[in-house]
Each structure stands twice: as C-alpha cells, then as structure tokens.
Write a protein of this length. Structure first.
Lengths: 463, 633
C-alpha cells in the first residue's frame, strides 16, 4: 500500500514546491512521483495482502487497475505543458489535487471495507470538483464545478444510504463479510440488503456516468478544462468500474439473479442514450462526453454478464479506452488552442478540418484513437469490445449482445465524423505545432493501441 | 532461448529495412538505400546460416507471445525451426540477398528506387513469416503479406494502366486461392481444435487413410496452393505478373513466393498422405499445367513471358512430385529451380537492361558478343533447366520423373513430353537472343553494354549454384532426402505403402538415359530450326493457322475466363448494385434518419437545469425500486 502513502506525501511536497518562483520543475517532478508510485505498486505483484486492519486488499487485479489509472494520470500530466505558459494557472495545486485524487482512485480499486470505498470516492470526487472549476475566469468552468458538486453530493448521499442499509442487513462493512452473509442466508436475505445493493449501485453508476444518472456528464465534461476532462473520463471511470466489479463479484455474486436484470436494463439504456445522443453533437468535447457514457455501457455489459472472463475483459477494455481517450483529448487540446474562434478555444468538429494535411502525425493519432473507440480491428478497442461481447455470449445473454453491436454501429457514425473532417475537408492552412515531449506521449499511446490491437495476448495471463 | 532470439531476428531485419526505406522514402539518400536493404537481407541470411549450422536435427519452437485466445483455441505467435523451414529460409534469404544486390544495379536510376527496395524488404519479411511460422495462421499472415507485396511490385510502374490491370489480376486470382486456404484453416480448427503444426500432425496420425474431413481440408488447402503457385485454373496471373520489374519476377514470381504452395503441401504432408484422392487430383492438375504452360512457352516471343510460362510448367513438375508422395523430390526441385530460374530471370533482366527495355526476342540476336558474362551464365541456366546432366535441373527433375514412373507410367510419359518442350523453348530462347545477327534498331545496337558488377555478381553466384546444385541430392539416397526424412515420419506412419518404393538401379539409369536423350534431342531440334535455318518467329501481325494460332494466343484461356466468369459476375454485380441502390440504401438511410431524429429528441433532455437533473435521478431511482420490488414479472 506504499503508493497511497507515497502519493499523499508527494501531493503535499508539490504544494510546497508551489512556493518556488519557477514552475519548471513541477511537471517533471509530478511525472517522477507518479512513476515512483507505479513502481511501488508492483512490489505486491503475485501476492494477496490485507492492509490497515483489513481495510484494503491488494491482488493482481487491483494492481492492474492501479497501473491503468497511474498510466492514464501519467499521460494526462505529460500533456499538461500549457500550464507553464499560462499566467492564470496554478499548476502546483492542480498537480497536488491530481495526486490526491489518485489516492482516492487507488482506494476505490483496492477497498476491502465499504468505508474505504466511500472515503476513496469522496477523495477522488472532491479533487475533481475543484479541478472542474480550475478555469476560474470561465463561467462554463464554474458552472461545471458547481453542477458536478451538487449532483455528486446528491449521489454520494444515496450511496452512503445504501452502505448504511447494507450494514443494517449484514452487520458488517467488510466486502467478504457481506459475501458470507449472502451465502449463509441464501434463502432469506433481508430486504434491506436488496435495497442497499440498489442504492449502492446507483451511487456508483452515477460516478461512472451510466444512464439515467448521466445528466451531469455532458455539461461537466464540456465546461471542465480539456485536460481534466481527459482525467475524469479515464481515471474516474476505471476506478469506478474496478470498485463496481469488486463489490459485485465478491459481495453480491450470491444474489446475482436479483441485480442482473436491473443492471442489464440500465446497460441498454446507457448504450442507447450515449450512442444516439452523440450523433447530434456539434462539439467534439460533448461528443466525447456521450462517447464516455456509451463506453460505460459497454463496460457494464461485462458486469451484467459477470463470469470468469469479466475481469480480463474489464482490464483490457479500460486500458484500450483510456489510451484512446487520452490521445483524442491530447489532439483536441492542441488543435482547440491553436484554432481559436470568436468564443475562445474551438472544440467543435470543424476545428479538425484538414488536420491530416497540416499535421499528419496528429491526424494519424486521432484517427487511430477514433478507430479504437469505434472498435475497428487492428486497434485495442476492437479486442476490448470483443472480450466484453464474449462475456455476454458465454453467459448466454444474446439480446444484450445484439443491442450492443447495433449501438456500436451507431458509434461508427460519430467517430468517423472526426476522421472525415481531418482527411476529406479543407481547413485552415496554417500548420499545427506540437511540442516534442507532447508528441512522444501521443505516439506512445498510439503505438500501444496498435500493438494491443495486433497482439491482445500480451496482456493474457496477467489476470 | 538463443534460438528464440535468432528466430525473431530473421524476419526482423527486413522489417527494419522496410521501415527505414519506406518511412524515409525520398529522404534516405539514394546511395544508402541499396546497402541498407541488402544488408537487411544479408543479415537474415547470416542468421539463417547460424541456425542451420547449429541445428541438432530436433525441431525447435520459439514462442514470442500468446497471440489470440478465443474460447479453447489458442493461437501463438511462434516460429518453428526444422528441416523444412531451414531449407526455405536458406533459399529465401540466400537468393533474396542476391536479388537485392542485383536490384541496386537494375533499379538505381528509377524514380521510385527507395520505394522499390522497401517493398522488396517487406516481401522478404512476409515470406520469412510464411516459412518460419509454427502454425497455419502465421503462415496465412505471410501468405497474404507476400500477395500484397506481389501486387504492389507487379504494379510498381503504376503509371501504366496495363501493369495495374496485371497487378489487379494477380491479386484477385490469389484472393480466390486465399479463400480456399482460409476455409481450409477453419476446417482444421473445427477438426483438430488447433492451428499449430505439431498438434495437428500428431492428431492426424490417428486418422484413417481416406478420411472425408481430411479430404475436404487438403482440397481446400490445395486451392490456396493453386492460386499462389499458379496451377490450372488459377495460373493466368503469373505470365501477366511479368509487368513488374525483372528482379521482382526473379524473386517473387520464380524463386520464392510461387513455391509457397509447394512448401505448404510439404509442410502438411501427413494430411496429404492421408488423402490419396487429393493426391490424384493434384497429379492431374500438375501434369496438365506442366504441359499446357510448356506448350504455350514454345511460341511466346517476350523473353520474360517465355520464362514465366516455364515457371508455371516447372511448378507443375513440383506438384507432380508431391502427387506421388515424393515430397523431398518436390522440395529438391524447388531448390534447384530457385537457383536456375532466378538466374535466368536475372540474365533476362541484364539483357533487357542492355537492350534499353526491349523484351521481344524477335528484335534481339547475336548478343553473346556484347554481353559475354550474361551469355555464359544464361547458357548454364538453360542447360540446367533443360535437364541435361550433370546440371542441377537434371537431378531434381529426374528424381521426380523416376518416382512418377513407379507410380503411373502414363503420367511419366506426359512428363517426358513436357520435358522435351522445356528443353526446346529454352534453347529457342537462348538461340534467338544470343546467336545469329542483331535484329534491333541502330540506337539499341549503339547502347549495348554488359551490366555493372552488382548485376553480374549475382549471376555468377547463381550460375555456380545452378551447375552444382545437383550435388545436394545425388541419385541413390543423397544428402537432401536424408536430411528431410524426419519431416515425413508421420506420413510414413499413416501410410507406409506410399513410401516404401525403392527404385532399382538399372531402371533408374534407363530413365536417366531417356530423359537426357529427350532433352538433348530437343536442344538439337531447336539448334536446327533457329541456328542452321535462321528461323525467326513471325511478327505479331502475321496470320497463324489452326493449332499455332490457338497456342500463340495461349489457348484463349483469358478470353474464356472473361466470357465465362468475369462477365457474369459483372452482370450480377450490376444487378445487385441496382437492388442495393434502391432497397438496401433506402433501409440504411431510413435507419440513419430515425437515429438522427431520435438523437435530436434525446438531446433536448439535456436541458442544463440542475433541478431537472436531480428530478430525473430521483424519478429513475423511484422507477427502479418500484419495478424491482413491487412489479412481479
């Protein structure tokens, strides 16, 4: 559990570094800190440990999810070089908040006690509320922060209520304790337990922006500065699904027949709303918000069809999704900043017009990322979808499979709009410039997406 | 561990070469392009030699990673080094290196030199995957990859519409074969639950001879081989493929890619031995191809077309050998053919180079004085392919014919006829090109010159190999057949009677005598016609009668395909297009319209008001709870 301690300490160190005149050291220092946390994460590889009086439990799955989260954070931070030039920005605080939110994410991934889940969610969320409003002079950013906070507080209340009911039913907060309660009372579990499950699920589904609890997502994603949107849509989602998986696969697997129908219905609703609403968007960023809702839907399929393949599918999908999303936001950040229109940064689809000609590299990175999100073969996204769909097929839930495939064809429509804009539309002639390090991060993410698309077996056997 | 590394290095070198020259096209200086790509090929060759010298006789498998896992099917990305892959490795990298070096001289002045060398490297990469892969899926990747490179290189001079059409034809015909191959792989998966060679062949030994499933698999795989190795009915792309630059014809369309079909069957020999019916089918197709192609070669006037038909015909001989379960003889012919056919193509390239891109032998003649080195090496190549002892071609072809003789006398007779034609068209080519008076234009005569050293050096090396290649497998149990024996252990186990035949020495000498006499007789006939009587083939416009017309026009096979297959498919395509235009498009656009309309409505839910959002959440929670707890279903 060294990473939790390290990241907390590093966060405080970063706050102190903010007193320094020069901001130059902050970015490299943060990257080093994240790498250090990543390295210590692997110290527990291959073993199962309980920490802090059975509060946290690490195993290989938790380590893999932690790796995805830290990797995403690393890439997001690496893409944050614009803060240095920005007079208004307070990078020390941003980075410190990012590290604190990672502490929350790791707690959500490796909790053994529902209290830790709650604490993790709160640590993560509070940091995100602040970061959503970090662009203090933009009304949109302020609105986003306030909306996120109000809705988030509401959802947290519901989740806490659920946890309380679970405690009332089982007399324990421990995940495995609830499991043994469910097994010993298989024929007469208390109604409180059912209500608790529903409310806890709803609280978590809010965090991963599943319908019908997704309403905050488009507004918040849209208003939040792009970099933190990327962080939100990858780290928060991955951690949320890791938490959902742990609680569903350990505590509630005994009452699968109770919750799977509800989850299946919500899965379909999420897929429908995410994909269909994305079609009509004119802003790329809003499209990505709906896209993130639809990907929550795909990930939910894996949970609905909970089985032996689920964890592998979730890990692979989260990784593929995070890589593609971060590269997409990375390109968006550069392009929107350099192609400003009258309203400031231009985050619409037309900002990408002719990008492939002015900067083939950015065009390619974006194209691969869109193909991966759409699930086209030779990208990691294809295998992610394939594994998720396999879980549903294994479980015999074919109707959800058919629905998901239909919805993913809708997805092709809006992802390809970007590719069409980049490759077939005429755009502004001035070239788009990218800083070298920025470029390396994007190239690395793209290569990783392609490598995983060619050889999905590389991750096999880890989980 | 070390073998693992070496195995992955072999295909890696050409891939790196491709990356450098391909990504750096127009940026890498022209003087570096050649050395880089040739070094990549030579490095692979060196590693192959190391593997070969360190080979213990036991197959070695190197697994890079678990590639695809679906249900119970696991496909590894792995290589297998055994006798067969080693032989293919040495041919591909050895001949490949020589042709890379040759290309430096041949293509140097071309605008797309860097692109060309990059494609050659890419081809080498895929070909090496094809021969070293340890399962059918890796073989398939290589199979498709070499097809792609073949397409790219045939249409390399893509400003010429005819060349593009030739490239497309090659691609389409290969796709037909690939479909068969792919279906074969699917059947292999359903039958054996694996694509790994070792698994499949181990399981296959438990099948009975004549099993229906094996029959289907082997026939489908053979369809793949037909496409790639240009057998009837899928052979017409190979002569057209001569549109590509000559080094391509030598490397891809003579020495390596087109022998992939033979490699595949030798690799799957257990399956083929289990299915005598398939072997019969192969035998019939092989002999028909051998004779048909040889007869067309008799009247062709384009130096490369003659060689192309000769290749088709020789491939027929290789399949003929396989059809009588003489797998090692087939492979032997693959090896010697790689030497002499690469030599002949490169020699032809040297001639074309000297003649300022003239390919019609009616306009050549008397070139031996101007191109002495090319002439001598071409002569050696011709003797080798004609089957005159003690050159390489004699031993390999004779071995095939000897096995066929034991199996089926009629097939042997036909084989001998083809052999006579081979000798005739090759000497005709030689005499018309290098002897007699020069028949070209004055400008061409002025330009005649021997090729640079980068081109003649490969010729010399290949000529030596063509002369001495026979030593690999002298009659009466040579090194090669002994070396390859472990590959056929499975076959021998499932069907001992297919192998047991030992040919006795007197018959063997008699057969040798007959084939030598036939070859020399044909050569003399060619001498009489084209040297003593100074005959020169009639120009294009001349009226030809009866059989000559039929043969000169390649039996009108292309026209037949056009009428019988291409046009009906076009008509069907038109019909489906019209259908799709109105009905399918209507449905598709209709669905798209509905989605957009739904999207427009759903979008309105996103009102921006927190009050509404919270209300929606509470309402949803209420609905979930009510449905879950109070509605019974």
């Amino acid at each position: 559990m060294l990473p939790i301690i390290l990241l907390s300490v590093f966060g405080i160190v970063l706050l102190f570094m903010g007193f320094l005149k020069s901001k130059v050291l902050l970015l490299p220092a943060t990257l080093v800190f994240i790498l250090a946390a990543l390295a210590t994460t692997f110290m527990d590889w291959g073993k199962t440990y309980l920490y802090f009086q059975n509060m946290l439990l690490t195993n290989n799955l938790a380590i893999l999810f932690t790796t995805i989260v830290l990797l995403s954070a690393f890439m997001v931070v690496a893409l944050s070089n614009s803060f240095i030039e920005d007079e208004q920005a307070q990078p020390a605080e941003y980075y410190a908040l990012l590290l604190f939110s990672l502490v929350g994410a790791i707690m959500m991934i490796s909790f053994e006690n529902l209290i830790m889940l709650f604490v993790g969610v709160e640590i993560l969320s509070v940091a995100m509320y602040v970061l959503a409003g970090s662009d203090k002079h933009s009304p949109r950013s302020n609105e986003a922060a306030l909306k996120y906070f109000l809705m988030g507080a509401f959802a947290t209340g519901i989740m806490l209520f659920g946890i309380a009911l679970l405690y009332g039913a089982t007399g324990t907060f421990v995940v495995s304790g609830i499991k043994s309660y469910v097994y010993t009372n298989a024929y007469g579990v208390s109604l409180l337990l059912y209500m608790g499950i529903i409310l806890l699920l709803i609280g978590m589904l809010f965090k991963v922006s599943a319908a019908p609890f997704h309403f905050w997502t488009p507004d918040v994603y849209d208003g939040t500065p792009g970099l933190f949107t990327a962080f939100m849509s990858t780290v928060v989602k991955t951690a949320g699904f890791a938490a959902l998986f742990r609680v569903l696969s350990v505590s509630f697997v005994g009452v699968y027949s109770f919750w799977w129908g509800t989850l299946a219905a919500l899965t379909c609703l999420t897929l429908l709303i995410g994909n269909v609403t994305a079609v009509y968007q004119t802003s790329f960023k809003r499209m990505m918000a709906y896209s993130s809702i639809s990907h929550a839907g795909y990930l939910l399929i894996g949970l609905t069809a909970l089985g032996t393949q689920t964890k592998q599918a979730l890990v692979f999908y989260s990784l593929a999704y995070s890589l593609a999303t971060i590269s997409a936001f990375g390109v968006l950040l550069v392009v929107s900043r350099q192609r400003q229109d009258t309203n400031g940064v231009n985050e619409n689809f037309d900002a990408f017009n002719g990008l492939a000609r002015q900067n083939p590299l950015l065009g390619f990175v974006m194209a691969v990322s869109m193909l991966s999100l759409a699930g086209i073969p030779l990208t990691a996204g294809f295998w992610g979808k394939f594994m998720i769909f396999t879980t549903a097929a294994d479980k015999g839930i074919y109707w959800i499979l058919v629905f998901a495939v239909l919805m993913s064809t809708v997805g092709i429509y809006y992802y390809f709009r970007v590719i069409i804009a980049m490759y077939f539309r005429e755009g502004a002639a001035e070239p788009v410039k990218v800083a070298p390090f920025y470029r390396y991060v994007l190239i690395a993410a793209t290569i990783l997406t392609l490598v995983l698309g060619l050889a999905p077996g590389l991750l096999e056997g880890l989980v | 561990m070390q073998t693992d590394l070496l195995c992955s290095l072999i295909p890696l070198f050409p891939l790196i070469g491709f990356a450098i020259n391909g990504l750096g096209f127009r940026k890498v200086p022209a003087s570096l392009v050649g050395p880089i790509s040739s070094a990549a090929a030579l490095a692979s060759f060196a590693v192959s030699l190391m593997l070969f010298s360190g080979f213990s006789g036991q197959p070695v498998k190197a697994t890079l990673f678990d590639w695809i896992s679906v249900g119970s099917l696991h496909i590894n990305f792995s290589f297998q080094i055994d006798q067969l892959s080693l032989l293919m490795l040495l041919i591909v990298t050895g001949v490949g290196s020589l042709i890379h070096i040759y290309s430096i001289g041949y293509m140097k002045h071309d605008e797309g030199f860097g692109k060309f060398m990059a494609f050659l490297n890419l081809f080498l990469f895929f070909m090496l995957l094809l021969v070293t892969g340890s399962n059918y899926v890796i073989m398939f990747i290589g199979w498709e990859g070499v097809g792609l490179c073949s397409y790219l290189l045939i249409g390399f001079w893509n400003k010429n519409v005819n060349y593009n059409n030739a490239a497309r034809k090659a691609f389409v015909m290969n796709r037909i074969g690939d479909l068969g191959f792919l279906l074969g792989i699917f059947l292999l998966i359903t039958t054996f639950g694996s694509v790994e060679y070792t698994d499949i062949f181990e399981q296959a030994t438990r099948f009975a001879v004549g099993d229906k499933m094996i029959l289907a698999i082997t026939l489908l795989l053979f369809v793949g081989a037909m496409g790639k190795s240009a057998q009837i009915p899928l052979y017409t792309w190979l002569p057209d493929a001569m549109a590509g630059p000559t080094p391509v014809s030598a490397l891809i369309h003579a020495a390596t890619m087109v022998t992939a079909g033979i490699y595949m069957i030798v690799r799957s020999n257990v399956l083929y031995t289990l299915s005598p019916v398939t072997l019969e089918v192969i035998g019939v197709i092989a002999i028909a191809t051998a004779i048909l192609a040889a007869s067309i070669g008799l009247l062709q006037n384009d130096i490369k077309k003659v060689l192309a038909y000769s290749t088709v015909s020789q491939l027929g001989y290789m399949f003929l050998g396989l059809s009588v379960a003489a797998y090692s003889s087939g492979m032997f012919h693959v090896i010697t053919h790689a030497f002499f056919k690469a030599l002949l193509f490169l020699g032809a390239g040297s001639v074309i180079h000297a003649m300022s891109d003239e390919q019609d032998i009616r306009n050549m003649g008397g070139l031996r004085k101007h191109l002495p080195l090319t002439f001598i090496t071409f002569l050696l190549g011709t003797i080798a392919i004609a089957g005159i002892p003690p050159f390489a071609g004699f031993f390999s072809k004779d071995e095939i014919l000897a096995h066929v003789f034991l199996h089926n006398k009629a097939l042997w007779g036909l084989g001998l006829v083809g052999s006579a034609m081979t000798s005739f068209y090759m000497f005709r080519l030689l005499f018309l090109t290098f002897f007699g008076e020069f028949r070209g234009t004055e400008a061409q005569r002025h330009h005649l010159h021997e090729s640079p050293a980068t081109m003649t050096l490969p010729l010399i090396v290949l000529a030596v190999l063509s002369v001495a290649g026979g030593l690999l497998n002298l009659p009466g149990g040579g090194w090669l057949s002994h070396f390859m024996e472990p590959l056929f252990a499975g076959s021998a186990q499932v069907s001992p009677e297919a192998f047991g035949h030992e040919i006795d020495h007197s018959t063997e000498y008699m057969l040798m005598g007959i084939s030598t006499a036939v070859a020399i007789g044909s050569a003399i006939a060619a001498y009489v016609v084209y040297i003593s009587r100074h005959a020169v083939p009639a120009p294009e416009s001349a009226e030809r009668s009866g059989i000559a017309k039929l043969v000169y026009n390649k039996y009108f096979v292309d026209e037949l395909y056009e009428i019988a297959i291409v046009r009906p498919i076009r008509a069907l395509g038109d019909a489906l297009y019209n259908f799709g235009e109105f009905i399918i498009d209507g449905i598709v656009n209709g669905v798209a319209w509905i989605v957009r309309a739904a999207s427009a409505q759903l979008r309105l839910l996103q009102s921006g008001s927190i009050g509404f959002y919270v209300f929606a959440m509470v309402f949803s929670i209420a609905v979930i709870v009510i449905v879950r707890f109070f509605v019974r279903f």
